[in-house]
Design a protein around this ligand. Structure first.
Ligand code: PGA
Length: 366
């Protein structure tokens, strides 16, 4: 908004010093500034419009009316005190003001229609951190200050298996839910070292993280295994938080859309619509996990919107209700900007979930 005001002021100043500069400079500055003004304004309201469409919108919105408005204003301002440059400038202003008005009105309608009624979720993935006593202490601290964050935020903590039970106990009577970080692909039997979804559910957990990139990378989890794990989760009434995301190489090669699409198609597309309605998705670019490098809010929005589009192609309107969380070096200082984006419904938090203050601070980002 501040930029809009500054640019408007500059446009007016340019108008007033018009006689000092050659006319073509005046035209160029006017056109550039007004187009920038419209661009900034429009981006603020219409984050769903993609970059290639902007050229078309701006060109149509400015150039076409200009062809009509300019001669009209020229006819109206026959007075000699107006130079050609000023007439041109004023007609640009009229066109741009009209375009801005249309954008603001349409964005109000658009905003009202936008169903950002999706659950807001902040989930903490503690990974292989905390001993049982430390985990209980952390859970206690989160619960103690939970009231400082809007009730509209759903908090979930995902401790290691060893203290799931104690953390569930600690959080009884609060609205903070507990999830596991993984579950077995099989229901039960001779699978040494595995923990079945039924066991996790029996402890009072409601969620399970599946397909985290660390599991895909270090433990060879494939879509095939994940399909079985999803089945186990649903069979035991656990809500899966299904993670997708590309690595640095894939991002640099521009393959991030294709990677996320495949991870969704190979697993999520096998769900029934009823199952899908319970699902939470987490987009976690591998290059941002634990690296301190966060995707920018625009990068997150771009891919979240894409993921929703992919989901829509299979599940239709139900895709509007599916929470898509962002994960990867999310912290209190960047959460608000990322969560403000239309298709970002919260975060899956690693490092910052290990301090109650930071974890809750991220919740305040809404
Ligand atoms: P990070 O981890 O917040 O430490 O980057 C996120 C995750 O892996 O879920």
């Amino acid at each position: 908004m501040i930029w809009t005001v500054i640019l408007t002021a500059v446009v007016f100043m340019t108008l007033s010093v018009e006689h000092l500069a050659p006319e073509w400079i005046f035209y160029a500055v006017c056109i550039a500034l007004l187009y920038m003004l419209i661009y900034i304004f429009a981006r603020q309201f219409h984050s769903k419009i993609k970059a290639p469409q902007w050229g078309l919108i701006i060109a149509t919105a400015c150039v076409v009316p200009q062809m009509v408005v300019h001669p009209l204003i020229q006819a109206l301002m026959t007075d000699e005190e107006y130079t050609g440059g000023q007439v041109m400038g004023i007609s640009f202003m009229v066109c741009s003001a009209t375009v801005l008005l249309i954008l603001v009105i349409s964005s109000l309608i658009f905003k009202k229609k936008r169903p950002k009624m999706r659950k807001k979720i902040v989930a903490g993935n503690w990974k292989m951190n905390t001993l049982p006593a430390e985990g209980v202490e952390l859970a206690k601290n989160v619960a103690a200050d939970r009231a400082s964050v809007c009730e509209c935020v759903n908090f979930i903590v995902c401790p290691p298996f060893t203290h799931l039970s104690q953390v569930v106990e600690t959080l009884k009577g609060t609205d903070i839910k507990v999830g596991a970080q993984n579950c077995a692909a099989e229901a039960k039997g001779a699978y040494t070292g595995e923990v079945a979804a039924s066991m996790i559910a029996a402890l009072g957990c409601e969620y399970v993280i599946l397909g985290h990139s660390e599991r895909r990378q270090y433990y060879g989890e494939t879509s095939q295994t994940l399909n079985k794990k999803m089945e186990q989760a649903y069979a035991n009434n656990l809500v899966p938080i299904y993670c997708v995301g590309e690595n640095l190489e894939e991002r640099e090669a521009g393959n991030h859309f294709a990677v996320c699409k495949a991870q969704i198609e190979e697993v999520v597309f096998n769900l029934t619509e009823e199952q899908f309605r319970k699902l939470v998705i987490a987009y976690e670019p591998v290059w941002a996990i634990g690296t301190g490098k966060t995707a920018t809010a625009d990068q997150a929005q771009e891919i979240h919107a894409y993921i929703r589009e992919v989901l829509r192609s299979k599940f239709g309107a139900a895709a509007e209700e599916c929470p898509i969380l962002y994960g990867g070096s999310c912290k209190p200082s960047n959460a608000a900007e990322i969560f403000a984006k239309a298709d970002v419904d919260g975060g899956l938090i690693g490092g910052a979930a290990l301090k109650a203050e930071d974890f809750l601070g991220i919740g305040k980002g809404f």
